[in-house]
Every structure is written in C-alpha cells, then in structure tokens.
Design a protein around this ligand. Structure first.
Ligand SMILES: CC(C)(COP(=O)(O)OP(=O)(O)OC[C@H]1O[C@@H](n2cnc3c(N)ncnc32)[C@H](O)[C@@H]1OP(=O)(O)O)[C@@H](O)C(=O)NCCC(=O)NCCS
Length: 388
C-alpha cells in the first residue's frame, strides 16, 4: 500500500500502531506470485446517523500497484467487501476517497463535507467575553486516552457522521508519529473540565517561524471535540491565544463550525470546503429504517443499484422523529434515485432538491422532493472528525 501511494516503507513504530487497529480477518491482498499487488481493508465501526447509530464498514487502505492497474483488481475487491458487509448485516459502508471519480460506480455518494479553516490571530478577538467555570490543562497520553475517549463517546451521540472510537482508536490517534509532524512540534493535548468532568479536548502542534516583523508561527489543530458550547469556546480561545503564532489552521472541521459567530470579525475563519466521507447504503431498507426523520412522512423510492442488485427496486419509507419503517412496495414511487445519490442525502449533508436540479433525482409525484427534504433534514451538518 505504501508503494502504491508513493510513500516510504513503514517504520517498526508505525507498524506497531497500525497493528493495534488492523482487523486481519477483514484485510484483503491480491498476490501475483509471492508479491502483494493490491490491498484493501475494513474497520468495523459504528456510525451515528440522524437519531441513532448503525454498524458501518470503514473501507480503507485501498491500493493497486501501478503495474497491475486497470485490470479490475479494485472492482474485485469492492465486490468482495460489499458482499461481506451484506452477509454480516452491516447496512452502511464509508470511505475517504483519494480521487473523487473512483467510487461512485460502486454506489458510494459524497455524504459529508469538511472545512479547512485558517484564522489570522490579529483578527481573533471574540465578540463577547468568555464565561464559564471550567479549567484547561495539558495532559499526558494515558490521561488523554481515558478522558478523550469519554468526551468522544458523549459527543458522537448527536453528531451524524461521527464514528465510535474506543480507547484503542484514541490511543492510535494520539500516537504522534514522526511521519505526521511535517516539521512541527510533538502533540499538545489540552483537556477542558468543569468540576473534574471532562467536556472537551484539543490536540495540536505548533510550528515556529520568524520573519522581519517578528514571530510568524502556525498552530496546526488536529482535533477539537467538545460536549458543551462553553468547552468549545474555551478551547478555541486557548488555541487563538497561544503566543508566537500568526495563524491557527485546521483541516477536517465541521462546515457549520460555530467559531465564526464567536469571533468579532466574521470574515474569519477563512474557509475552504472539501469532500469528507463517501457513504454506501449496503442495505437500503435497513439503513433507511435505522435513522429518524425531522418530519413525519411517507415516501415511495425507486432505487437503482447496478452493483448491489439486492437493493434495486421500489421501497416505501414511513418515518418520523420517533420511528421509521422501510419495506419493498409495488405502488407508484414518488422519486427515482441512484443508490449513490441516496447515500449523498442520507446523513443530511445534501438536499434532494440540489440533486434534482443536477438531474440526478427524478420527481415522479409533485411535492415529493420538498417532502423528502423536510424528512431528511438534520439540525447539524454531518461531520466525521476522524480519518481512516
Ligand atoms: C484507484 C485504484 C485503486 C484503482 O484500481 P484499479 O485496479 O486500477 O481499478 P479497476 O481496474 O478495478 O477500475 C475499475 C473502473 O474504475 C476506473 N478507475 C479506476 N481508477 C480511477 C481513477 N483514479 N479515476 C477515474 N476512474 C478510475 C477504471 O477506469 C475502471 O473503469 P471501466 O470499468 O469503465 O474501465 C488504483 O489506481 C490505485 O491504487 N491508485 C493509487 C492509490 C489510490 O488512490 N487508492 C485509493 C485510496 S482511497
């Protein structure tokens, strides 16, 4: 895999960190003689969907050596993985794509976005003074693993797109490998607590630089997760107050980051929107029945799925804030949609209307698109803050 991505071979330390999270019984390799020429893997995750959680296969480490490309090896691995997830009853799959055109043909749709942000520290004052009784502390790795896992567990419950990360995963996130430093410092791990109750954390690095006008450093935020607005504001204030930094930058932030509204200068943070998770509904009726809907409603969906024919057909969804059911149906459908586009709207990150205006959703009964959008709406943009 490292060769296919043009990276150097892994060190013993990198292999040890990787071994902790690898599921060998879900790891695939293609051999040409004794040589591995293609790889793929799956992590057994649980994903938060609107109103609940569902098992989700996190597809990862997909690579084909350049000598063996365009012969169908990726297609064969995708086939094997989706059959495996289907047999296990894992209704969702998700991945990060190296290139956007690769995975649509296998039924993956762009379901979450993420923001790359940068705040100029000379414009980083808050509109209102901070209130709050919590305190910040730098913590060591063992303390961080316990506290950050608890915070993550609480935060993920009402954040669609977030994956369950146990202590093993948080330890791997905090491994602080040289590979990830790119000339910056080791990790700083900051915990925010109120009365000994952990309610937010941030992990960052700093990179010092000097020019003719003085210090010109960059603080690179890697993770900030909070379970209360107070913890969120205190952590951002801390990041924006670190001395000798000219800028704070972060990737993989939520697109509805409240920071803009904490700052007095709402032209900050400078933001670039990028693609986040590509999601696949491995089992359409289970996935649709496994989330909750903002408005009570009924929808007849004609789903097209060429790669996983068990999903192809007409389904009736009856859903609302408290219950949802989805089953095969013979009546007249309201909408026709490809399975990848259904995945794109599934977590609430896109609208049916947008896809209709791009010619991807067909409204077969008047008003169906508006009803679908009212049902699928979420109060937070879906966000996946962890990479895999
Ligand atoms: C992307 C990659 C895995 C594709 O593997 P592959 O074995 O060549 O793919 P396949 O032969 O099964 O191709 C299946 C189809 O997808 C298309 N396809 C594959 N890679 C594509 C790409 N990068 N962009 C657009 N189309 C692509 C193929 O042309 C083929 O289409 P066709 O059936 O119409 O001819 C491989 O090129 C690779 O390892 N790239 C570098 C690492 C990487 O980007 N990995 C993905 C990590 S998310």
């Amino acid at each position: 895999m490292r060769r296919a991505f043009g990276a150097s071979l892994p060190t013993d330390e990198e292999l040890a960190v990787s071994r902790e999270i690898t599921e060998f019984d879900r790891t695939l390799a293609f051999f040409d003689g004794p040589e591995i020429v293609a790889t793929a893997g799956i992590f057994s995750y649980e994903m938060t969907v609107p109103g609940g959680t569902l098992p989700c296969g996190g597809v990862t480490r997909v690579s084909v050596l350049s000598t063996h490309r365009r012969r169908g090896l990726l297609t064969a691995m995708m086939r094997r993985q989706l059959d495996d997830m289907h047999e296990r009853g894992e209704p969702l799959a998700a991945l990060y794509a190296s290139e956007a055109p690769i995975y649509g043909r296998f039924g993956y749709g762009l379901a979450t976005y993420q923001a790359a942000v940068e705040v100029d520290r000379s414009h980083a004052g808050f509109a209102k003074a901070l209130t709050g009784s919590g305190r910040l502390a730098m913590v060591d790795v063992p303390t961080a693993v316990g506290a950050f896992t608890r915070i993550w567990e609480q935060a993920r419950r009402d954040q669609p797109g977030m994956l369950r990360l146990d202590e093993r995963w948080i330890r791997s996130e905090l491994a602080d490998l040289e590979l990830h430093r790119e000339g910056a410092s080791p990790h700083y791990r900051v915990l925010y607590q109120i009365d000994d109750n952990p309610s937010g954390f941030a992990v960052y690095r700093i990179k010092l630089a000097w020019d003719a006008s003085g210090p010109n450093g960059v603080l690179r935020l890697e993770m900030l997760v909070a379970t209360s607005p107070e913890a969120y504001a205190a952590l951002w204030r801390h990041l924006l107050d670190v001395d000798l930094m000219a800028r704070v930058s972060a990737e993989m932030r939520p697109v509805d980051e409240p920071l803009r509204f904490l700052l007095a200068d709402s032209r900050q943070p400078k933001t670039r929107i990028e693609d986040g998770l590509w999601v696949r509904l491995v089992d359409v009726p289970t996935a649709l029945a496994g989330r909750r809907y903002a408005a009570e409603g009924r929808l007849g969906l004609r789903v097209r799925d060429a790669f996983c024919p068990w999903n192809d057909g007409h389904f009736e969804l009856n859903g609302g804030p408290h219950t949802a059911e989805c089953r095969r149906h013979d009546g007249n459908p309201d909408l026709a949609i490809d399975v990848a586009d259904l995945a794109a709207v599934y977590l609430g990150g896109n609208r049916f209307r947008t896809l209709m205006e791009a010619g991807r959703v067909e409204e077969l009964q008047p008003g169906a698109v508006a009803r679908a959008d009212a049902m699928f709406a979420t109060n937070r943009a879906p966000w996946c803050p962890s990479h895999f």
